[in-house]
Design a protein around this ligand. Structure first.
Ligand SMILES: [Zn+2]
Length: 133
């Protein structure tokens, strides 16, 4: 091994292109501003895509629960709801109430087990747990 290989072996690599960073501070993360900008843009893009997917699923879950509620259905087998497109893990809130797991999808409240969704109801006089603006 040459002396040069020995010292370059431990040089940090650019988080975007993977090239060794030969100049600058030892904690430098990118080889150039271009790589830094591209990396940040990709991170932001994947964050936006993730948030958009979650929002779309929340809206789909809401539509399913709202249709059931409007039809007077307050209890449904989980597998049926999943067949309709419901995704159990996407919720706006969760709390343990006694022995039950109570979830909300915006203003629709329900209890969910491994087998069923039941007690589907709408929250009355919804007040946001957020500071007034
Ligand atoms: Zn780079």
């Amino acid at each position: 091994m040459t002396y040069d290989k020995k010292i370059t072996r431990h040089l940090p690599k650019c988080l975007h292109c993977g090239q060794q960073i030969r100049y600058g501070r030892t904690d430098k993360k990118y080889c150039c501003d271009d790589c830094k900008n591209r990396h940040h843009n990709e991170q932001a893009k994947s964050g936006r895509a993730y948030r958009r997917k979650i929002m779309a699923q929340l809206m789909a879950n809401y539509q399913i629960l709202d249709n059931l509620f409007r039809a007077g259905v307050t209890s449904v087998e989980l597998i049926i709801a999943i067949t309709m497109g419901f995704v159990p893990g996407v919720v706006t809130s969760y709390r343990r109430v006694g022995k039950h797991d109570e979830f909300c999808c915006f203003d629709i409240k329900y209890i969910m087990t491994d087998m069923r969704i039941y007690s589907i109801s709408k929250l009355e006089n919804v007040s946001l747990p957020l500071p007034d603006k």
